[in-house]
Design a protein around this ligand. Structure first.
Ligand code: ADP
Ligand code: MG
Length: 237
């Protein structure tokens, strides 16, 4: 089952607004969490169950918010020359420990050519993180994730393959809809945000999946040709 995803109309306002708000929510949350911990130490034991609930709910908000903007401040988004393979390497590195705990091995094969695109590195990091997290979550009993990056016809393609639970056609059709999730504690926001970012980078995303066999996402961006005049960073909007 294969489908080219064009769901831009669904993302416009929701995505942009939410990403902006999400970033601002993180700092006060961190403060609240710190002070709840302090209060727990001071409080008598009767109240401890309440503080566990509070801390648990703070973690849940953090999880929702992190689907949007772990790395980027929305108002300082500047496009520049980005090395896709080094961004991907950093995300794989970030997830390796978590993957190992779940008996998942992440392997990769990056072309040795220049893998540059014109983009915003924090947003690209967010996309790779959201997709790799989904791949990990699709393999509750462990498995393999393979990431390939190569260039062709002035384009750079990134393949993220897993041998996890896979999806039905019906599921594939719903991908990218805000709040569409099949997970008990999922947010259904990761792909919506990723599609939005890919779209703003003039990229495309394709998915191929089979129930019980696995899933493969392919993201394609226009390659940045060696041209010093466009390698310079500038602000968008
Ligand atoms: P969430 O991960 O919070 O559920 P996402 O937007 O990241 O939200 O993903 C939406 C849904 O798409 C998931 O709940 C899952 O059903 C499906 N999905 C995404 N990636 C994969 C994958 N690699 N394998 C199987 N299903 C996937
Ligand atoms: Mg997700």
């Amino acid at each position: 089952t294969e489908e080219l995803l064009h769901k831009t109309e669904k993302l416009s306002l929701v995505g942009e607004l939410a990403a902006g708000i999400a970033h601002e929510i993180r700092n006060p949350l961190t403060t609240i969490k710190g002070f709840v911990r302090l209060l727990c130490q001071a409080a008598d034991n009767r109240n401890l169950p309440y503080s566990d609930i509070i801390l648990g709910e703070i973690d849940r908000i953090n999880q929702i918010v992190s689907e949007f903007m772990v790395f980027a401040k929305p108002h300082t988004i500047a496009f520049s020359k980005c090395n896709v393979s080094s961004i991907m390497s950093s995300v794989i590195h970030l997830l390796n420990a978590e993957a190992a705990l779940k008996n998942i091995i992440i392997t990769h094969q990056f072309s040795s050519e220049n893998l540059y695109i014109f983009g915003e590195k924090h947003q690209l990091k967010q996309v790779f993180l959201n997709l790799l997290k989904n791949a990990i979550e699709a393999m509750p009993d462990g498995g393999n994730i393979h990431v390939t990056i190569k260039t062709q016809d002035n384009k750079i393609s990134i393949y993220i393959q897993d041998d996890g639970v896979g999806m039905s056609e019906e599921q594939i059709r719903k991908l990218g809809e805000p709040f569409y999730t099949t997970k008990e504690t999922g947010t259904g926001l990761g792909l919506m945000v990723s599609y939005k970012i890919i779209q703003s980078h003039k990229g495309t995303i394709q998915v191929r999946s089979e129930k019980g066999c696995g899933t493969s996402f392919t993201i394609t961006f226009p390659a940045l040709l060696e041209n010093p005049s466009i390698g310079e960073s500038y602000k968008v909007k």
